[in-house]
Ligand binder design. Structure first.
Ligand SMILES: Cc1ncc(COP(=O)(O)O)c(C=O)c1O
Length: 376
């Protein structure tokens, strides 16, 4: 067939995506506390990463923009936030990036070079995968949380060896085997990097994150995280020793060549950090227990021990039908499909938040019980 227009190939690509039940469409919604309203329908929101549900805090709206941080965008509020985050992670220093995605891109590609060997868990987030590609290092993927495979692959040559894992895996909700990873890493003199976007502010003492939960904080060389999940603000950051942060400032393209986050967002993160996070963490813990216990009682196979609870459906088509059924019954749990998760491992990724009340969870369980009867 002769193309009529140079962009006609896009239509056939889109058709292919649709045929594979992988088509995504943006929809507009209004999020308010435990709910989201879509097309006038108010639904319980089980897709929010605002895990702690800290009530919005008032901040003073200041000038929105100046430039990148190395030029004139480095508002003094950054200093306070970065000192706070460094202390939060028991590290010498920290650096805020516009997003967690950009923090991964910037930090990993600054550290890893040609001749180095990166060992990356097969379920690591897309931003880690992209960061590894950017780095020019040799990248080996080890089977998910498989320490034997990690040890085997770690034997390959590399000037510097770097192990990268998530703290709590974003789509499976399971913990990384952090204790073993740090032991293996120490023996191999490897650099340990953790992306704790989903554990930070939520897990461990005072929400210090997954390394604190496993008592291995000191063994983590680079800590990367997001301010947009547990903290419910916006941005990303890296915490490490001084020379690492210095290198990130000097080498990270995703830090140097982009505008600084506006200072009101930095103030917002600080205010939320200083709020009563402990109360919200307890509420989240209680909600997680209530929901996962209830789902198990209905007959769902639940293996997660965290606030991210996936229900694996398998087929993309079935997952879409499942999600549609929940939607029509007032629950928003968006199906997650390839390429976010492997093919035929489509799932409903339920994220619990402290916004949910006991009654909200009871209603959720009622609808999931109906869905279980319908879909088995
Ligand atoms: C594990 C992980 N790392 C990084 C990110 C990116 O964080 P941000 O949303 O701040 O860009 C995400 C977001 O989904 C994530 O799940």
């Amino acid at each position: 067939m002769i193309s009529k227009h140079k962009l006609d190939f896009i239509d056939s690509e889109l058709v292919k995506i649709k045929q594979n039940n992988l088509y995504r469409k943006l929809r507009y919604g209004k999020v308010e506390k435990a709910h989201i309203t879509i097309n006038g329908k108010k639904l319980l929101n089980l897709c929010s990463n605002d895990y702690l549900g800290i009530h919005p805090t008032k901040i003073q709206f200041k000038q929105l923009q100046s430039s990148s941080r190395l030029v004139s965008g480095n508002d003094e509020s950054y200093k306070k936030l970065e000192d706070t985050l460094a202390k939060h992670k028991s590290k010498q220093n920290s650096l805020v990036y516009p997003t967690g995605y950009m923090a991964n891109l910037g930090a990993i590609s600054s550290i890893a070079k040609r001749g180095d060997l990166i060992l990356s868990d097969e379920l690591n987030h897309a931003s880690i995968i992209e960061s590894c590609k950017l780095s020019d290092a040799k990248v080996l993927i080890y089977r998910h949380n498989d320490m034997q495979d990690l040890q085997k692959k770690l034997k390959q040559k590399g000037k510097n060896k770097i192990i990268i894992t998530e703290g709590i895996f974003s789509m499976d909700g399971d913990f990384s085997s952090l204790k073993q990873i740090t032991e293996i890493s120490e023996k191999a003199k490897a650099i340990t990097i953790i992306d704790d976007a989903h554990g930070d502010f939520v897990i461990g003492k005072d929400g210090k994150g997954t390394p604190n939960y496993f008592n291995v904080t000191k063994k983590i060389d680079l800590y990367i995280s997001s301010l947009s999940k547990g903290l419910g603000s916006f941005g990303g950051y890296v915490a490490s020793q001084n020379n690492v942060i210095d290198l990130c400032v000097n080498k990270s393209k995703s830090f140097i060549y982009t505008s600084a986050l506006p200072s009101f967002l930095i103030d917002y993160s600080l205010k939320r950090f200083e709020s009563n996070r402990e109360k919200q963490r307890k509420r989240l813990e209680k909600n997680t227990i209530q929901l996962s216990k209830g789902l198990k009682q209905i007959g769902y196979e639940i293996n997660s021990k965290t606030h991210i609870i996936p229900i694996i459906i398998g087929s993309e088509k079935l997952a879409m039908a499942f999600g549609k059924f929940l939607f029509s019954n007032g629950v928003f749990a968006q199906p997650i499909r390839y390429p976010t998760v492997p093919k035929n491992q489509a799932r409903l990724r339920i994220s619990v938040t402290a916004w949910l009340s006991k009654a909200d969870i009871e209603k959720t369980l009622e609808i999931f019980e109906k869905a279980h009867t319908k879909f088995g």
